[in-house]
Design a protein around this ligand. Structure first.
Ligand SMILES: Nc1ncnc2c1ncn2[C@@H]1O[C@H](COP(=O)(O)OP(=O)(O)O)[C@@H](O)[C@H]1O
Ligand SMILES: O=C(CO)[C@@H](O)[C@H](O)COP(=O)(O)O
Length: 573
């Protein structure tokens, strides 16, 4: 029987499982919504918060419940688990899972008659995983940035300056806040390797790309940086932390071992089914297609991320570089915003409230938001002589720029460069629909400019194609504005799998890992099987010279606006 490959995506708000054939055709998808489908957890949008300390975290047991839930749905769909030859996964990045001393015994001795949640309660030294939206580690980030000299030096070594959510600063805070628990922690996983560990029946190795989201991995040396481990480990020491983190295989397609007996007995997996390293959700997303270095992906999930695959390692404190998840010599460039989907939803909710949409289904509809976005002129300018309207809308503290939660509205006159903080002339919430979409995309254009090149004589630097993925990729109004702002000489596309790109990338990684010829790259194998006409759809025009130029002027105002807000924030702290 033809083999199948299973990819998982353990993201902020849901766990998804997706099954593909060797020919990359999707044959099953199952989803467990962490809020709606779980029992016994008071989570909101997949997480819990402790506002007083700016902590955001997720209960690990909830993810155990979700995994049994997704596998049960796949079984109900009629999936023949015995055909699955390989399993890989993707996890929300940076989150850490703290295993206790009994973890390996419990993982390897699971009873197929019981759920994972029933049996693994005691496997963890700490019941929660710090989430990527956490903002509790400013002090630790300052220590990380200063430790090697400055933020530039840390970015050069690890691909990123210190960020609240990065696992190194999180481990440092954890170790100081809970020294006794840290001492009793046998191993630390990332969310990705936690998922692989369940399938493997022992704690799985970290992934070569996801490990770059920790501020602990020295990208050029290809090893943990002992200096940064010393900082994170404090009095507990480097060797102890190295043991907790374990080895990191260089090959993103590493076969970790055969599937845990539990899954063979409970779901009917074949005992020869192979578990492959799981990577981060963003690295997995760039594996959802054979991405060329000139293309860009925008993931419109809970976070907004901008992703490119590139041979150039050009670290900068404002951006992120990771090892490419499959291909040595390539890197993943990333921008990440906390205020993505949830921030857009707030404006959508205001608009729906205003128009009297009270029932829940209508309240979460995007129809009005889209209609208003499309009918509002670019930058809110009814005439070219009008000032541009621009703003920042941050219900949560933001990553780039590093700002507290807040809302700021400005007008900008491109003719004389005058920028004024005012909400005069703004019609709220209507003007905010287009403004929030523009604001997120202007920030992407501003920060990705250095990585794009001109696609042809006389055409300004821009991506060749812009691929939209994630929940928001269904939205054609956003796609239209994305084309106007980011360009894209070949247009704006969406993947046929919609918001399942990252689970798809994980499944493709499993196909590549098990079916590659010696030395065959991911791009070569997936490229040769990928059917563009079946897998992607052009949803909006890309480069439009007049719009691109107008938004070029808006980017200048936008950068000025960010500096003004940052300076104000600095002078009040
Ligand atoms: N039609 C739509 N327009 C804009 N955003 C949407 C639309 N449908 C879903 N979304 C957004 O997608 C987000 C979830 O995206 P998804 O990629 O599934 O999440 P995750 O980040 O958990 O992987 C939600 O925050 C929701 O606001
Ligand atoms: O922190 C980051 C990337 O650095 C986030 O992108 C997380 O990886 C969570 O992603 P989603 O749940 O939004 O997909």
């Amino acid at each position: 029987m033809d083999p199948l490959y299973l990819g998982f995506d353990l993201s902020t708000q849901q766990l998804k499982g997706l099954v593909v054939t060797s020919e990359l055709k999707v044959v099953h998808v199952a989803k467990f919504d962490l809020d709606a489908d779980s029992r016994g957890f008071a989570v909101h949008k997949g997480v819990l918060t402790n506002e007083a300390e700016h902590e955001v975290f997720a209960p690990v047991a909830l993810w155990l419940q979700a995994l049994d839930g997704v596998l049960a749905s796949l079984r109900a769909q009629g999936l023949d688990f015995a055909r699955i030859r390989g399993i890989s996964g993707a996890g929300q990045q940076h989150g850490s899972v703290y295993w206790g001393e009994r973890a390996e015994t419990l993982l390897s001795g699971l009873d197929a008659a019981k759920t994972l949640q029933e049996q693994l309660g005691d496997a963890f030294s700490h019941p929660y995983s710090p989430n990527w939206q956490d903002a509790s580690t400013q002090k630790e980030c300052d220590e990380f940035d200063a430790f090697l000299g400055d933020a530039e030096t840390l970015a050069a070594a690890t691909g990123s300056k210190a960020h609240h959510r990065f696992t190194g600063p999180q481990i440092l805070r954890f170790q100081k806040k809970y020294p006794e628990v840290y001492k009793k922690t046998a191993r630390i996983s990332l969310v990705s390797s936690f998922l692989a560990s369940l399938f493997l029946g022992r704690v799985a190795a970290l992934d070569i790309s996801d490990v770059c989201g920790m501020n602990l991995w020295n990208i050029e040396k290809g090893a943990f940086d002992d200096r940064l481990l010393r900082l994170a480990a404090g009095p507990f020491g480097v060797e102890d932390l190295k043991r907790k983190l374990g080895d990191v295989p260089e090959d993103g397609g590493e076969h970790l071992g055969k599937v845990n007996r539990y899954f063979v007995e409970r779901y009917g997996f074949h005992q020869e089914c192979t578990v492959i390293t799981s990577t981060g959700d963003n690295p997995a997303t760039i594996l959802a297609l054979p991405l060329r270095p000139s293309d860009a992906m925008v993931s419109l999930g809970t976070s907004t991320t901008f992703l490119m695959s590139t041979p150039n390692y050009k670290p900068d404190p404002a951006t992120h570089f990771f090892n490419h998840p499959t291909t040595p010599g390539l890197y993943m460039f990333m921008l990440c915003y906390k205020n993505g989907g949830l921030a857009r939803e707030q404006v959508r909710d205001e608009i729906n409230k205003q128009s009297g949409e009270q029932n829940e289904a209508a309240g979460s509809s995007w129809a009005k938001f889209d209609e208003i976005t499309l009918k509002t002129p670019a930058m809110g300018q009814a005439a070219d002589s009008d000032p541009m309207k621009m703003g920042l809308f941050f219900p949560r503290p933001e990553i780039v720029p590093n700002l507290q939660a807040g809302q700021w509205r400005f007008t900008y006159n491109p003719a004389d460069g005058r920028l004024t903080e005012t909400d005069k002339g703004w019609t709220k919430p209507d003007d905010e629909a287009r403004a929030i979409v523009e604001s997120q995309l202007l920030s992407l254009r501003l920060r990705s400019h250095g990585l794009t090149t001109s696609p042809g004589a006389g055409i300004p630097a821009q991506p060749r194609r812009v691929y939209l993925v994630g929940g928001g990729s269904k939205n054609k109004a956003i796609a239209k504005v994305a084309g106007e702002i980011l360009g894209g000489s070949e247009g704006v596309y969406k993947l046929d799998v919609g918001d399942n790109a990252c689970a798809l990338g994980a499944a493709y990684k499993a196909v590549w890992s098990l079916e590659r010829r010696p030395g065959q790259t991911f791009e070569d194998l997936i490229g040769s099987r990928w059917k563009e006409e079946d897998f992607i759809e052009k949803i909006a025009d890309g480069y439009q010279p007049a719009a691109f130029e107008k938004y070029g002027r808006a980017v200048e105002g936008f950068e000025k606006m960010e500096h003004t807000i940052l300076n104000e924030a600095k002078s009040t702290t």
